[in-house]
Design a protein. Structure first.
Length: 386
C-alpha cells in the first residue's frame, strides 16, 4: 500500500460524508429558537490534513463568503477561521484596513488611506510571521494592491470585492485562494447590538456564548476623568488626540489577539503584537523584542527596509516608522504588576489602554506617571481564547 506524502495531503481535499445541513434547536424559557446552517464553501481539510471538516453558513447570516478562486483544492478550516477572525477585527474600522492573519491571530493590522498602504504596513509589522498568511481587507482590492500582494507567499486573500485587473493579477498565483466577503461592516460590534450565539463543541462538551462586544464606541468614551465611571483616564497626563485615536484602534485589534494579548500601535498601524503568553509581562516583552528584532537598530535592517520601500516607490521616511517611540499599547486584561509599564517606558511608549481593577493598580499608575505615560482604564476585558 502506497501512502500519500504529506506534501500531497496538503493539496488534496479530504472527502467525507458530512451532512448537507445542520439544525440547532435552542430551548429558552421563552420558547424554542431554531438556527439552520447549510453547507457552504467546501474545505480541503480541517486543522491538519488527516482531519476532515465541513463549513456551514447560518441561513440569513450577516456575513457571506464566495469562493472566487480555489487555489490548491480550496481552503482548510484554519484558513477559514483566520478569515473569520480577521472580519471580527476589520468590522471596527471604516477606513481602508488590512489584517494579516496567522493561526487565528493578527501578525499585523493597518488602517491607511489606501488598501495598498494598509497591506504594506500590516505586512511589515511582522513580515517574518506573515509568510503563508491569510490577508483580509475591509475595502475592495484594486490593481495596485493586487500587484503588492503578488510579491509574497499568501494562502488566502479576502475582500468585499476585486477589480477585474486585480483578479487578473491574482489569477497568476497558482495556489492562492481568493474569497469575496460581504457584510463585514454590518457585524455586531457594540454592547446591545443584536447577536447570534457562538456555538463551540469540544470532546462531547458544548458551549453557547454571546459574541464579544465592547462598550467603547469612539474616542469620546476615553476622555473621562470621573473616577466613578469607566473608561477613565487614571494618569496625571491626559492622552493627546493622536494617542486617543491610536488607543481606540489598539483596543479593537487587541480583542482579536489570543490572550495574554498585547498590541503596540502607532499612527494607524501595529508595530508589535504579543500573543498567547501565560503571563502578561512576557506578552509585553515578546511584542517589544520581536518589533526590535524585525525593525531594529542594525544598519543592515535599515538598508533592507529602505530597498524594499524604494522598490515599491515608497518614501524613505516610511522605513523608520516602526520605532516604538511614541507608540501606544493595549492589553486585553489588567497589568498585575508594574514591570510591564517599566518595560513600556524604557522603549518610549507613551500611552496605555487596559481594563484596570488589579490590586496593584496604584503601583501600575505610579509607574505610568514616572514615565509620563497616559493611561486609560476601560473597565472591561477583551480576552480571546480561540
Amino acid at each position: 500500500m502506497v501512502s500519500m506524502s504529506l506534501k500531497d495531503m496538503y493539496r488534496t481535499r479530504k472527502e467525507w460524508g458530512s451532512p448537507e445541513s445542520v439544525k440547532v434547536a435552542l430551548e429558552f424559557a421563552s420558547g424554542k429558537t431554531v438556527y439552520e446552517y447549510r453547507k457552504a464553501i467546501p474545505l480541503r481539510y480541517g486543522t491538519n490534513p488527516h482531519q476532515a471538516s465541513a463549513d456551514y453558513e447560518l441561513i440569513g447570516s450577516i456575513l457571506t463568503l464566495e469562493e472566487i478562486k480555489t487555489g490548491k483544492s480550496g481552503m482548510s478550516q484554519t484558513n477559514m477561521e483566520d478569515l473569520l477572525h480577521a472580519c471580527c477585527i476589520l468590522k471596527y474600522f471604516n477606513e481602508p484596513t488590512c489584517a494579516v492573519m496567522k493561526h487565528l491571530n493578527p501578525c499585523g493590522v493597518a488602517v491607511k488611506e489606501t488598501t495598498k498602504d494598509a497591506f504594506d504596513f500590516a505586512w511589515d509589522c511582522d513580515y517574518q510571521a506573515a509568510y503563508g498568511s491569510v490577508v483580509v481587507f475591509n475595502k475592495p482590492i484594486d490593481r495596485v494592491t493586487a500587484h503588492s500582494i503578488q510579491g509574497y507567499f499568501i494562502e488566502v486573500v479576502g475582500a468585499p470585492d476585486f477589480d477585474d485587473d486585480a483578479l487578473d493579477i491574482l489569477e497568476k498565483k497558482k495556489d492562492l485562494r481568493v474569497i469575496k466577503i460581504s457584510g463585514i461592516e454590518k457585524l455586531p460590534k457594540f454592547i446591545d447590538d443584536e447577536t447570534v450565539p457562538n456555538i463551540k463543541s469540544l470532546e462531547g462538551t458544548l458551549f453557547l456564548e454571546t459574541p464579544y462586544l465592547t462598550k467603547i464606541r469612539s474616542t469620546d468614551d476615553l476622555r473621562n476623568r470621573d473616577l466613578g465611571k469607566t473608561p477613565v483616564i487614571v494618569s496625571k497626563r491626559e492622552p493627546t488626540e493622536r494617542e486617543l485615536k491610536d488607543l481606540l484602534s489598539a483596543w479593537y485589534v487587541c480583542s482579536g489577539v489570543r490572550s495574554n494579548g498585547i498590541v503596540l500601535w502607532k499612527n494607524g498601524y501595529s508595530v508589535g503584537i504579543g500573543t498567547g503568553q501565560h503571563d502578561r509581562v512576557t506578552a509585553v516583552r515578546q511584542a517589544i523584542a520581536k518589533s526590535k528584532y524585525l525593525h531594529g537598530y542594525g544598519w543592515h535592517q535599515v538598508f533592507k527596509k529602505l530597498f524594499d520601500r524604494l522598490s515599491n516607490n515608497q518614501k524613505y521616511e516610511d522605513n523608520l516608522t516602526y520605532s516604538l517611540k511614541d507608540a501606544v499599547i493595549a492589553s486585553d486584561a489588567f497589568f498585575p504588576f508594574h514591570d510591564s509599564i517599566e518595560a513600556c517606558g524604557e522603549v518610549g511608549i507613551t500611552a496605555v489602554i487596559q481594563p484596570g481593577d488589579s490590586i496593584n493598580d496604584g503601583k501600575v499608575i505610579d509607574a505610568a506617571n514616572k514615565y509620563d505615560i497616559a493611561m486609560v482604564f476601560t473597565g472591561e476585558r477583551c480576552f480571546a481564547h480561540h
